[in-house]
Design a protein around this ligand. Structure first.
Ligand SMILES: CC(C)(COP(=O)(O)OP(=O)(O)OC[C@H]1O[C@@H](n2cnc3c(N)ncnc32)[C@H](O)[C@@H]1OP(=O)(O)O)[C@@H](O)C(=O)NCCC(=O)NCCS
Length: 142
């Protein structure tokens, strides 16, 4: 199973998985080309998305179906996203999470203050989550 870029046929499955995981699915259809997915014969196993803002990228929508958890898929998807961002010259990857700060800390992300973020990001990608004020903001330097 290897992550590959999502196409139109993945759109509904990605949105369904995000909804099942309690993550926002807004903008997914438009951003689909920036999503990696992993599937097996029974359907979608996991996804991760990225939004690009020059040297900064926002990692979003990291989700793994319950039937596939704790097998390293989440880590695989994040690593693939970081590697891909690195090849594009991205220097810093940012994410926000309300439930998985410990998980992303294990993958090399560190907590960062909201005030350290570029204002453009705060207005756009980082304002979209359901509760931005309470979300933990994290960053990984590439
Ligand atoms: C977080 C998530 C993507 C992890 O996917 P996964 O493929 O199961 O993760 P991996 O196999 O790479 O890693 C599993 C390990 O992470 C730990 N882990 C899983 N979710 C965690 C969380 N929310 N916080 C801390 N650790 C977590 C597991 O306990 C497991 O630990 P172990 O190896 O010591 O047993 C998955 O649990 C998920 O989709 N959760 C719901 C959506 C979500 O919260 N996404 C992140 C916000 S963007």
């Amino acid at each position: 199973m290897r992550p590959h870029y999502a196409s139109e046929k993945d759109s509904q499955d990605v949105q369904d998985l995000l909804q099942a995981c309690g993550l926002p699915a807004d903008g997914v259809a438009e951003q689909l080309g920036n999503f990696l997915v992993v599937r097996d014969n029974a359907g979608l196993l996991g996804c991760a998305g990225v939004e690009n803002y020059g040297q900064v990228a926002v990692l979003r929508s990291v989700a793994v179906a319950e039937r596939a958890r704790s097998a390293g898929l989440g880590e695989l998807l994040v690593a693939a996203m970081l590697a891909e961002a690195r090849t594009r010259g991205v220097q810093s990857v940012v994410l926000q999470t309300t439930t998985a700060a410990g998980y992303f800390a294990r993958l090399g992300f560190e907590r960062v203050e909201r005030a350290c973020m570029p204002p453009e990001l705060l207005r756009t990608a980082l304002s979209r989550e359901a509760c931005p004020a309470s979300a933990t903001l994290m960053q990984a330097a590439l």
